[in-house]
Design a protein. Structure first.
Length: 393
């Protein structure tokens, strides 16, 4: 496993010359420009193709320069089946997670929001550049009530919840995910509700005190609406949302929906992974999730890009793009991958756009992704990944 030696803060400036810069906010491409990277940030955007003296110039004429991609619902520490994970010791688990993180970066994901499993020590190792990895927003363990979701830490009652969340936030967790409904791999029925409203409000209050936030694993409209009314900031999955869900998601401030279609699609690619009944249930989730995405997109809901993949399924991390293209414009998908993701992770003033002073996390592809989404969705066509101002070797 190579140490992470790419660090734009100590290297010579880099100039990306002749590419067209994509702005996910205005959904436009600039004329041919020069992007100058220095000390890990975007130091300058120049019209034309002149490179500053002393910079390492890279000709990207004919290419598109985009913000680095953001996966707002990933499980980099779940690099195998659930049964295998339980047999791994801590050291081996950390190394497998590090390998998965590097693969995510090489696909173009320069920021990843862990939604359960990444300990804050792993995030610290990423910050200290001990491994080749995207920026990692760590959520610590997933929390569930007794009888709840799989691979979770069980907590019950307001006192337990407050104590557990204080411990996680003390140790550096960027957010906490609660399971507020059943799910695909859960023994809890999908229509069941997890946590009382008092428990949810206690969790939200602890996050507020720590200047952090709560995310909710939620499928049914009842679970989604209840979570939003209690102050939860991001909804994960949301396959069964209704009109009230849409209203809450569009009217409440700073709330977001993160669909994860590819996790259902990937499961269906394994012919022997389900009984016939389970396959019908997962197929229905994919259909409902696609319909929910279309409705939310049409209503103007803030939509993050999420994948929720596990084990070998991680290699399909970019397939979510093609699934969303069935019901969304390319520009909307690009917004989810960049600007919306930056807002979700709380870094909208540093990531998500190619702007002077922003962190130099970039992806360069060979064509205009508005007309050719496969320029991003096909990993073999990615030309350059830049993390923290330096090229990924």
């Amino acid at each position: 496993m190579p140490l992470r030696s790419i660090d734009g803060r100590s290297a010579r400036p880099i100039a990306l010359v002749g590419g067209r810069v994509y702005d996910p906010d205005s959904e436009t491409l600039s004329p041919p420009s020069t992007v100058v990277l220095r000390d890990g940030i975007i130091a300058e955007l120049r019209a034309g193709t002149s490179s500053p003296a002393g910079a390492d110039a890279i000709d990207v004429s004919g290419s598109t320069v985009l913000p680095g991609l953001i996966d707002a619902h990933a499980h980099p520490t779940q690099a195998a089946s659930h049964a295998e994970l339980l047999d791994w010791d801590g050291s081996y688990h950390a190394m497998r997670s590090a390998a998965e993180l590097e693969r995510m970066l090489r696909r173009g994901f320069t920021t990843v929001r862990d939604m359960g499993g990444a300990e804050t020590g792993l995030a610290r190792a990423v910050r200290e550049r001990l491994l080749t990895s995207p920026r990692l927003l760590a959520g610590g363990p997933i929390f569930a009530p007794t009888g709840g979701h799989a691979l979770t830490r069980t907590i019950d009652g307001e006192v337990e919840i407050r104590r557990a969340l204080r411990e996680q936030f003390r140790d550096g967790a960027d957010h906490i995910k609660l399971t507020v409904s059943g799910g695909v791999i859960s023994k809890m029925r999908i229509e069941s509700l997890g946590f009382s409203e008092a428990e949810l409000r206690a969790a939200v209050d602890e996050a507020r005190l720590a200047k952090r936030y709560i995310a909710a694993h939620a499928y049914t409209a009842e679970a989604v609406n209840r979570a939003l009314e209690c102050g939860v900031r991001t909804i994960e999955h949301g396959t069964h949302i209704d009109d009230e869900s849409i209203r809450l998601l569009t009217e409440l401030p700073d709330v977001h929906l993160v669909p994860t279609l590819v996790t259902y699609w990937s499961s269906l690619q394994s012919p022997n992974s389900f009984t016939n009944e389970q396959r019908r249930a997962v197929t229905e989730l994919l259909e409902l999730g696609t319909e929910a995405l279309a409705r939310a997109d049409a209503a103007g809901v803030s939509l993050g890009y999420g994948t929720d993949l596990h084990g070998s399924g991680h290699e399909l991390q970019l397939e979510e793009i093609r699934l969303r293209a069935r019901v969304q414009r390319p520009e909307a998908i690009l917004r989810s991958l960049t600007l919306a993701g930056a807002r979700i992770v709380g870094l909208a003033e540093q990531l998500g756009q190619v702007r002077e002073g922003y962190l130099a996390d970039l992806l360069v592809v060979g064509s205009d992704p508005r007309a050719d989404l496969d320029a991003i969705a096909d990993p073999s066509r990615q030309r350059i990944v830049i993390s923290a101002g330096a090229l990924l070797p």
